[in-house]
Design a binder for this molecule. Sequence first.
Ligand SMILES: NC(=O)c1ccc[n+]([C@@H]2O[C@H](COP(=O)([O-])OP(=O)(O)OC[C@H]3O[C@@H](n4cnc5c(N)ncnc54)[C@H](O)[C@@H]3O)[C@@H](O)[C@H]2O)c1
Length: 248
Amino acid sequence: MRLCVIGCGNVGRIIAKAIDEGTLRVDLKYYDRNPKKCEELGKPYSMNFEEFLEGCAIVLEAASQQAVRELGPKALEKADLIVLSVGALLDDELLSKLLDVAERFNKRIYVPSGAIAGLDAIKALSLVGIDEITLVTTKNPKALGVNVKERKVIFEGEAKEAVNKFPFNINVVAALSLAAKKPAKVKIVADPSVDKNIHEIYVKSKASDLHVRVENVPSPTNPKTSYLAALSVIELVREMEERLKVGT
Ligand SMILES: NC(=O)c1ccc[n+]([C@@H]2O[C@H](COP(=O)([O-])OP(=O)(O)OC[C@H]3O[C@@H](n4cnc5c(N)ncnc54)[C@H](O)[C@@H]3O)[C@@H](O)[C@H]2O)c1
């Protein structure tokens, strides 16, 4: 199976390491708008997107919301697509365009759990309707790109506005909203005393109430991205070839 990765950045590098260590057994190819990033990785890459897509079974977008917009539809004509910059999928027009291409070319779009836990239960609960879903994300100000000296709520609002204002920090709220089939409410807190990326999810529904708290170690090369996010992609790709599927 050939995995074609858009993005030779932090997640791209963790995927390459998983291949080198034998955790992931796939044939690998990269594409990035910045060739230097791919050269640093030392893995096969192409600067021509059409050529990059040749022979791909799965395309992993690990780049940006802009990459989902610009490259997602073309990728789906040739391969299944894993979207990590999930915030892009809260754009209704883009999502329906991607679903339309997937339908026409008989391909699938995968959204990994990324930096959070609990999507399995949230998807199941959506069958009886979710009354309320809220995400509270707390990160060090450096990871959020803001300068505050003490704990401060820097955003409170709806999912779509959050992913537009913080495109590299709050992708998880898009995954939550897609799983819950309703927009999640978001609070983003900058706290100089934390060195982890903390996500707290609160769900109220007829069947269950959930409170999930995830404390993630930031990736050393990109504090905005949690290590768990890359691991979740690796596990998703591994599971595609497994006979036993665990979780909803
Ligand atoms: N769903 C989640 O839970 C979750 C968690 C972590 C990261 N993410 C998202 O995954 C993406 C990758 O994260 P990362 O830490 O590897 O980022 P990164 O900045 O380290 O690397 C991104 C790479 O993609 C390239 N790139 C960006 N836009 C591109 C485009 N339009 N065309 C071609 N190449 C492009 C950049 O040059 C860079 O090399 C980010 O958008 C991030 O927000 C999602």
